[in-house]
Design a protein around this ligand. Sequence first.
Ligand SMILES: NC(=O)c1ccc[n+]([C@@H]2O[C@H](COP(=O)([O-])OP(=O)(O)OC[C@H]3O[C@@H](n4cnc5c(N)ncnc54)[C@H](O)[C@@H]3O)[C@@H](O)[C@H]2O)c1
Length: 367
Amino acid sequence: MSASFEVASHIKNYRVSIGDDLLTDCASGVDDHIFLCDQFFTSHLAGGGRRLISIAATEQAKSLDQMSDVIIRLREAGATRKTVLIAVGGGVIQDIATFCASIYMRGIPWLYLPSTLLGMVDSCIGGKSAINVGPYKNIVGNYYPPEAVLIDSAMVQSLGVEQKVAGLCEAAKICYARGNESFERYLALDPAVDINGLKLATLIELSLLAKKWFVETDEFDQNERLLLNFGHTFGHAIEGATGFRISHGVAVGVGMLAALYHARMVYGSDQLAHRAIVLEQHIRFLLTRMPELPGILAATDPDSLFDRFVADKKHTISAYTIIGLTQDGSLQLDRLPRGAQSDATIRRIFTAIVQPIFLSAAPSRDL
Ligand SMILES: NC(=O)c1ccc[n+]([C@@H]2O[C@H](COP(=O)([O-])OP(=O)(O)OC[C@H]3O[C@@H](n4cnc5c(N)ncnc54)[C@H](O)[C@@H]3O)[C@@H](O)[C@H]2O)c1
């Protein structure tokens, strides 16, 4: 399959292409380029006189401290203002490439080949970077879209199960956020970790076209695009409190279940809209492919979850901010006034999700 579409941006429009053998061909026609790649691709890209900066994709690697090292390596590799940075990797490499390309010599062009399913279905468009500072995840960043995004879905095949689950959780979230039709088309593709071939390429295109609407409607996260944070406030707390033992997309999947649990608390356990229940069942189905997950959550300190939730950058001085659900299953921005009542609500949600039964049982407010 090959597909191509443009994403309109206030900064610069860019083209997304989904096709075959793009890793092999991505540098053709780009005379002056340097690869910034995930270590996984070092042996594939090394040689042939290629200039290559290879990085192990860890949360530490995308810390602000590490950015000066990447800048130095760019300079030592001879990058000029005209050099095109070609980034190959998942969300970690993307964040580093976006940030460093935006500041190196006040900005150089870059191309992006996402190599994780999460990168392909979600993060590759939208132009954001998110860099860690000390213990604070994704606390600094900017917008700096690439010249083009090239997606070769065959690169998914070498990913582990967790990375596939992570990507599918994010794709489910985006399609659900976009509305009924998008979510039904997503489900009709039977999304599961063994998805491949045409169905996989179609799922990537569907998810990106859904995200394109949010990015073009609200590029700078003021209104509609905020809905894509569904699952993220809980998810970032889970990711951090588990010591990053689970990947971002999986944490967002559990975070969505936490938000759905909150909706059951608000509206009544049996009052959730049908499509919200379908989403809940689908995320549970995806997470069952990670048998180690209930044990990891059970070993997580609820106080640490709560503290990380409170420290999230999306809150205001007076309220916690989460993306919740309306009674008809649409997503909405919820502000929970800071205070004892909201604290008790959040603690109760975290107490529920660390129970091994949470991921397998039909949810109840009494859990
Ligand atoms: N800026 C954004 O818009 C945005 C959006 C979502 C997530 N993120 C960030 O992205 C990061 C998570 O990224 P991710 O989940 O894509 O993964 P990742 O970049 O952390 O990589 C995960 C693992 O997969 C390996 N890997 C990558 N591609 C592979 C392939 N094709 N085959 C085999 N192994 C491969 C990597 O070496 C690494 O071990 C988080 O830091 C998150 O905050 C950023």
